[in-house]
Unconditional design. Structure first.
Length: 225
């Protein structure tokens, strides 16, 4: 996966824009993820040590820092070029660090994996979940955001995006079963982004329809069993 994303690290934002048009402007999709998490799991806001797993060039990390102002944040990605870009473009901060070596000796009370697992080969997903379980602090949680394969617009956007050429989408129920087999249990789940615009009323719409498997993405918040 590191070689795959090394190719796109310098043009990541442009490639996203080419497949989504104006829909991804202003970081609205990053905000939507974090809003969904804190709406469904308010106690996540107390996280003090946070891992942004598969952070890429750090596009979501600045939003994570805004939503979790008291947390120390580690952005990890196996792509050296992506991490170099993140380190160059992210404002210097004592609370955020980036690395391309997995922080196996660290412990985190919140791990975010935002649209990462569809880039991991299905046969390797169990091992990655076990690796994340190993760095989860007691009482911590893993939060996964993924594309919903039942949403036709999502499937179209993925098919048009160059860096999604390796993507294998996974349904919410299938991911939950895999996570359970690795020692996790779901504490909260929701579909969201039923509409690509972000306003107060669309956020309320997401909350009202959270169980309907038509949102563009889904969230799973999981703790250890």
């Amino acid at each position: 996966m590191n070689q795959h994303f090394d190719k796109y690290s310098g043009a990541y934002d442009d490639l996203v824009a080419s497949s989504t048009g104006s829909l991804s402007k202003d970081g609205r999709f990053h905000r939507a993820k974090l809003e969904c998490l804190l709406d469904r799991v308010p106690t996540a806001a107390t996280a003090q040590r946070l891992l942004d797993f598969g952070c890429g060039i750090g596009g979501m990390t600045s939003f994570v820092a805004d939503f979790f102002p008291s947390a120390n944040i580690v952005g990890f990605d196996p792509s050296p070029k992506s991490i170099a870009t993140a380190q160059t473009t992210f404002p210097p901060s004592c609370k955020v660090e980036f690395c391309n070596a997995f922080p196996e000796d660290d412990r985190f009370d919140l791990i975010l994996a935002a649209n990462v697992f569809h880039h991991i080969a299905p046969a390797a997903r169990e091992a990655e979940l076990q690796r994340l379980l190993g760095v989860l602090a007691p009482g911590g949680r893993l939060v996964v955001f993924e594309h919903n394969p039942y949403n036709p617009l999502t499937r179209y956007v993925v098919s048009q995006c160059q860096f999604d050429e390796d993507a294998v989408l996974v349904s919410r129920s299938k991911f939950a079963r895999l996570a359970f087999s690795c020692g996790f249990q779901v504490e909260a789940q929701a579909y969201f982004l039923f509409l690509p615009i972000r306003t107060r009323w669309t956020r309320k719409l997401d909350a009202a329809l959270k169980g309907l498997p038509l949102g563009a993405q889904y969230m799973l918040s999981m703790v250890t069993r």
